[in-house]
Design a protein around this ligand. Sequence first.
Ligand code: SAM
Length: 276
Amino acid sequence: MVATPIGNLGDMTDRARKVLSDVDLVASEDTRQTRRLLAHFGISAKLVAYHDHNEAVAAPRLLAALEAGRDLALVADAGTPLISDPGFSLVAAARERGLTVVPVPGANAAICALSAAGLPTDRFLFLGFPPRTPSQRRSWLAGLANERGTLIFYESGKRVVATLRDCGETLGETRRVVVARELTKRFETYLHGYPAELVRRLEAETEQRLGELVVLVEGRANQGGGERMEQQRVLMILAETLPLSQAAAIAARLTGTKKNMLYRLGLELGLGGAEG
Ligand code: SAM
């Protein structure tokens, strides 16, 4: 599993170059692109196509070559193979057969983004690409609402505004978000903000949606007790003059929290008297 650069060719490691020069076969998703990359480094290798559409035919051939004692390198178009890229079933099958599989590490967009975003790194969840359909994406996000680690996912510039809007509606408007764009490339940019702010910014500055993007969203725990304190404060002020259900509805809009959650919080705080 040989990682290649995600943009800056200077990130190609010496070990990756040596392994790609030495192996008998290089399997890649897009052989034309890989050929260009290898040519840049003066490497000539025997390339074979390995992608989602030919996996069923290609995998048995590659496994047979490995079992016959040949060395194979798998590369992605860019970055680390298997990370939102093909190769999982090949690696799993190779391991089942007792064949040796080793990584030749290098760039990965998710980890690069995490290391530079300024969001907590002690616990994180990598999620690949979100579902494209809005309803599926919202339920996918709702399923992540309690995750304490930083959420990391890949997204296209076409969908990023809709996805950030869904993040605000589903996870609340108080989580810090970073959109990391064109990592290691000329227009490398990190946009920081809360979901609604970033929606406005990306709508206004269309160039910020160009190229490749990683989205990082602060996890639930990292909002700290501060968020709950703020919800409590707003709810208590409103409940001084309004029935709890109305106070919870307004507090939900002000704090980006679910109304039901605030209603339950109000009951816990003994604020339900006006309706009782
Ligand atoms: N296997 C790759 C890796 O290790 O990062 C990821 C492959 S996935 C098919 C491609 C997605 O990764 C892009 O759509 C984008 O979300 C993200 N990506 C790749 N290169 C990037 C870069 N230079 N800057 C930001 N995101 C990048």
